[in-house]
Design a protein around this ligand. Structure first.
Ligand code: CO
Length: 513
């Protein structure tokens, strides 16, 4: 078998193992009984070491080198991109010792269970030793990856999630964004005419919310024969395998919008997973046809691009006026009489209320990014060693007061609210704001290319939007890096301006600024 075909076969095997690991995670977050946790940690550690063994096999290294030396692969072809991305993954994987990979997987699983038990009691002391261990492991991982000559440990971890991006680049984008967002939030807080949130406070049974969620998913083009929607405490999407994309959400009777927007968010991730060419195939220069499943050409570019897809559906579609013109009559049917007194404009304005609050995942579009900047600052200090895990609550509460003007009432609504640090996802938070920025920039390009977009959305015709995303964002897989894709699709490098234009343009009229 020629090198390219064998390389893709190995990529498929590695992806299959990864999907087994992801299924164990999905099950742990949805249906696993708590007493199964110790055995689950063993299962995850074993699978993680098998995955690592495959990802670092000498055969894989030899095949990548053979393909790099193969002059018959044109430099600008998808195949060259595939080899480039497999080189990147391989070079990162071989830097991590197998023992560290297994230790991280096992500790992350135990630490997540400790966080789950401690969070409802706001018991930071019970969680602190686990946070210390997870930070220690993250620092070890960063040291293995390396960040010389000018970088810092944070870069090594961020690079896993957002290839090539550095903490300095993030800081350069965040600093002006913070200034303009803080100004906007302050002007909104001083507005004499805030919209009413009454339509979002009606009580709706979880079962009705679930049925409405499924209706919205189907209407927007999420394939439920190739996916599921389940409940969890910390919603996520897992693109497990070709034909199997799992969405999760959570329901609260007193706040149906949380589940609706959470579902739209995860659906955006899910549409990306379903839009990747996982069932596609491509002819090699030798004339052989190779399936793309499991290869970089059928995988997501970066977490920032992934998040751009969730934000686009959640905020740019779901918090738009055309969406509510379409959705409200259906919502009244599925959710019952509580919404009867309201018109689309009430829902549109209520869904765009800006109000500083404690919980990131429930934050509005404008304050959301301030939550991310706070986490970025803390993570960076933890990795540099200028902050210790035990001092996280005090630092968190101080920074929160500075950014939001609020006193954090307890750790569950403070530094213990997110699963990320417990699970070892350190260096991950900035990708959420990068996602917001990419979404805004893609949305501007999309609007310029589709003058009838609002009319389509108002009439529930989501196919043209989904198809634009399929073609421009999903189909290329990892053919381009995030910055290159942004340049190709929008004609410009990533900038904070489209997001600020979007927020100021929408919130100004709503708050009569
Ligand atoms: Co997301």
């Amino acid at each position: 078998m020629p090198a390219l075909a064998r390389l893709c076969a190995l990529a498929r095997d590695a992806a299959t193992l990864r999907s087994v690991h992801a299924l164990l995670n999905w099950d742990q977050e949805t249906y696993m009984p708590p007493a199964g946790a110790p055995a689950r940690a063993e299962q995850q550690a074993l699978i993680a070491s098998l995955e690592h063994e495959r990802r670092t096999s000498p055969e894989l290294g030899d095949l990548i080198a053979a393909c790099e030396a193969d002059a018959s692969i044109p430099a600008d072809s998808p195949w060259a991109a595939l080899v480039r991305e497999m080189r990147r993954d391989y070079d990162l994987a071989v830097k991590l010792p197998a023992s560290l990979v297994a230790e991280i997987a096992k500790t992350a699983s135990e630490s997540t269970e400790a966080w789950k038990a401690a969070k409802p009691r706001s018991d930071f002391d019970a969680f602190a030793p686990w946070l210390t261990r997870m930070i220690g492991l993250a620092r070890q991982k960063a040291a293995c990856y390396g960040h010389a000559p000018l970088g810092e440990p944070y870069d090594a971890l961020l690079n896993e999630y957002e290839p090539g991006m550095t903490a300095r680049q993030v800081e350069a984008i965040f600093t002006p964004l913070r200034a303009r967002l803080s100004d906007l939030v302050a002007r909104i807080a001083a507005s004499p005419k805030p919209p009413s949130d009454a339509p979002l406070r009606v009580k709706i049974e979880p079962d009705r919310q679930h049925k409405f969620g499924l209706f919205v998913l189907e209407s927007m083009g999420f394939d439920l024969k190739a996916g599921r929607l389940d409940t969890t405490t910390h919603p996520f999407c897992e693109g497990l395998a070709p034909g199997d994309t799992r969405l999760t959400t959570r329901y609260r009777e007193s706040s149906f919008a949380d589940a609706l927007y959470g579902t739209l968010h995860e659906m955006g991730h899910g549409l990306y997973e379903q839009g990747l060419p996982k069932s596609g195939s491509l002819r090699t220069p030798d004339g052989e046809t190779i399936p793309l499943a499991g290869t970089p050409l059928a995988s997501a570019i970066s977490l920032g691009i992934h998040e751009s897809q969730s934000r686009l559906w959640e905020n740019f579609v779901g918090r738009g006026r055309p969406f509510w013109e379409w959705a409200l009559p259906h919502a009244k049917k599925f959710l019952g009489p509580a919404l009867e007194p309201y018109a689309p404009d009430h829902l549109y304005k209520a869904a765009n209320i800006v109000r500083p609050s404690f919980i990131r995942v429930e934050a509005d579009e404008a304050t959301y990014n301030l939550h991310i900047m706070l986490r970025f600052e803390i993570e960076r200090a933890l990795l540099r060693g200028s902050l210790e895990a035990k001092d996280v609550p005090a630092t968190w509460n101080r920074l929160f007061k500075e950014s939001f003007g609020l006193d954090v009432p307890d750790h569950a609504r403070g530094c213990m609210q997110d699963i990320h640090w417990a699970f070892g996802l350190i260096g991950y938070f900035p990708t959420y704001t990068l996602g917001n920025l990419y979404a805004a920039q893609f949305w501007e390009a999309l609007r310029a290319a589709s003058p009838n977009l609002d009319e389509h959305l108002r009439t529930g015709n989501f196919a043209p939007l989904k198809s634009w995303l399929n073609t421009h964002i999903h189909a290329p897989g990892r053919r381009y890096r995030a910055g290159d894709l942004c340049q190709r699709v929008t004609g410009k490098p990533l900038s904070a301006d489209p997001l600020l234009r979007h927020l100021e343009g929408k919130l100004g009229p709503i708050y009569q600024l």
